[in-house]
Design a protein around this ligand. Structure first.
Ligand code: KG4
Ligand code: ZN
Length: 355
């Protein structure tokens, strides 16, 4: 089964061809970092315009590298949320057009489900049930994947996403965009205990995360200690990273204990962070949990993960029609409650707005 995945929810334009839900035949990711870097964050309008410019060549390259043509595809999977609506629309519109012209089954994929499915593209895919920590630029959440395509949200951030906090702290330290990889690099030269930073003052009864207090503490520290020497920047980056990792690991361990989970998945852009990978690996070993972490290239946004989730949904009989829409705040939880919605493939354009 050969599935084309298309991803354009934020600032990466990506396409991938996946065989039988496991074998990545090609995975192309066109980053927009250079476009957004001068602004220190993603500018939605610039993102959607850039997607529009590059999405066709990106898909063409993914098909060419995989050695397949459009009629060879058994399915097309596209991210239809959550994300920037203008960006999502570009991927959705192209996916619908390709599916329509070639009469290819189409399915919409939740971006967060895609991140979770990245773990299925390793040599050691997780069996259900498992607990998944999804840490990205837009989301930080713990999902209990109870059965294939069935998710229960067990904890989430009350304010900033983890990646957003990394990006904001990097901005405070003038480290450039995107901030996560910069913080990680600079932190190597600093001490994680150099600056006392508060953990969130949140009752430990909850499985929710909070990063805004941490970010504010860094901001105050930077203001009080300006100008910062290179060593100070390294110490702040290392201390912030350690505190953020501690929060993520602590809540995940707690959730695993409460749920009696035996398997853990770590995924999303921030899962590329070595301190987090190592911190969670140590906690998992201590608790006797089996940890599944995708390779870094599959943690950050890509379309192979979308094709993987899409393959599972197509095999479950799910089909999207030509009315598939981009939904900026598409929740994952509602996706599966044990029942997979089956939407027949449209045989004719619905006449409804595709926007
Ligand atoms: O999943 P992703 O590629 O896009 C979204 O769905 O948001 O995640 C991007 C986020 C950014 O905030 C970026 O700074 C962060 O992941 N990130 C990292 C690292 N690599 C990417 N954060 C910490 N350490 C890293 N090595
Ligand atoms: Zn993502």
């Amino acid at each position: 089964m050969i599935v084309l995945g298309i991803e354009s929810s934020c600032d990466e334009t990506a396409a991938a061809v996946l065989e039988d839900g496991r074998r990545v035949r090609s995975s192309i990711v066109a980053s927009q970092d250079a476009i957004h870097a001068p602004y220190g964050g993603v500018v939605p309008e610039l993102a959607s315009r850039r997607h529009l410019e590059v999405i066709v060549p990106v898909v063409e390259r993914a098909l060419a590298e995989a050695g397949v043509r459009l009629p060879d595809l058994d399915g097309i999977a596209v991210t239809n949320g959550p994300g920037l609506v203008g960006s999502l629309l570009v991927g959705c519109s192209l996916a619908k057009a390709l599916a329509w012209v070639n009469r290819t089954p189409l399915v919409g994929v939740n971006h967060l489900e895609g991140h979770i499915y990245a773990a299925s593209l390793t040599d050691d895919p997780p069996e259900h049930p498992f607990l998944a920590l999804v840490v990205s630029g837009g989301h930080t959440a713990l999902y209990h994947a109870e059965a294939p395509l069935v998710y229960r949200l067990v904890g989430e951030t009350r304010d900033d996403a983890a990646g957003e906090a990394f990006d904001k702290v990097a901005k405070l330290l003038d480290l450039g965009f995107p901030g996560g990889p910069q913080i990680e690099k600079v932190a190597r030269g600093g001490s994680p205990n150099a600056i006392p930073l508060p953990m969130a003052q949140m009752s430990d009864q909850t499985l929710d995360f909070s990063f805004s207090g941490l970010k504010t503490a860094v901001s105050l520290h930077v203001k009080r200690n300006r100008p910062l020497a290179e060593r100070d920047v390294a110490d702040i980056a290392a201390s912030f990273q350690a505190a953020a990792v501690k929060m993520l690991v602590r809540k995940t361990s707690k959730a695993a204990r409460q749920l009696g989970a035996t398997r853990l998945v770590l995924t999303g852009g921030v899962a590329a962070n070595t301190a987090l990978r190592e911190g969670l690996a140590a906690a998992a070993a201590e608790q006797g949990l089996r940890l599944h972490v995708p390779p870094r290239s599959l943690c950050t946004d890509n379309a192979a993960m979308i094709a993987a989730a899409g393959t599972a949904r197509l095999l479950a009989g799910e089909r999207a029609g030509m009315d598939l829409n981009a939904i900026a705040d598409l929740p994952l939880e509602s996706v599966g409650k044990g029942v997979v919605p089956v939407i027949e493939r449209s045989e004719a354009p619905s006449g409804r707005s595709h926007a």
